[in-house]
Design a protein around this ligand. Structure first.
Ligand code: SF4
Length: 190
């Protein structure tokens, strides 16, 4: 039976405590098939947090988020945004790779959500950049976001949905579109 997790209790445990809880988590079936759980990378006091979907093959093998081709596209995007290494962090909506890279199921997103919320609470970024629709599902239950249109949440962070870097691998024409979304939102992190 899945553990009922309190976000506040997770936050009190700090980054190391959350990491330990994730490593030991068996709250959904995905833990049965992973090689490594994938937790985060980057700054611990970032201006911007990028939220991806789920670990892929490379991430599962290494335990590092966005380390494959999509990661290279993310690096290019980060450079285009003018962010330095200390300015950003990268996490995923769920921490275990779904078999065959299928999209995460709603129950998996919900099971993993306390970890995501606690990570965001501790990282306390100005801007949360949702990389695609799966990340959006973890943050917006009712009213969906429009691509590139920011929304302030809880009077603190701003949510912004842009394309997932993996989508840019197969649709190169989207890069210009993505850059335009970034250009119109630079004031959020500059
Ligand atoms: S995806 Fe999240 S909730 Fe599911 S087993 Fe992995 S860490 Fe736990």
């Amino acid at each position: 039976m899945a553990t009922v997790r309190s976000v506040n209790e997770l936050v009190k445990q700090g980054f190391e405590g959350i990491e330990k809880e994730i490593m030991e988590c068996t709250d959904c079936k995905l833990h049965e098939t992973v090689t490594n759980k994938v937790i985060s990378k980057g700054s611990r006091s970032p201006k911007v947090v990028f939220v991806g979907e789920a670990p892929g093959k490379n991430e599962d093998e290494t335990g590092i988020p966005f380390c494959g081709r999509a990661g290279k596209n993310l690096d290019v995007m980060v450079a285009y945004m003018g962010l330095s290494e200390n300015d950003y962090a990268v996490i995923n909506t769920i921490k275990c790779r779904p078999p065959n890279n299928r999209s995460p199921l709603k129950n998996e997103i919900n099971a993993c959500k306390p970890f995501l919320q606690a990570q965001i609470e501790l990282l306390a970024p100005k801007v949360i950049i949702l990389l695609g629709n799966t990340a959006e599902k973890a943050f917006c239950d009712a009213e969906k976001l429009e691509w590139g249109v920011p929304r302030i949440v809880d009077g603190k962070s701003t949510l912004l949905k842009i394309y997932h870097p993996a989508a840019l691998i197969y649709q190169r024409s989207r890069i210009e579109e993505q850059n335009a979304l970034i250009d119109s939102n630079r004031h959020l992190w500059e």
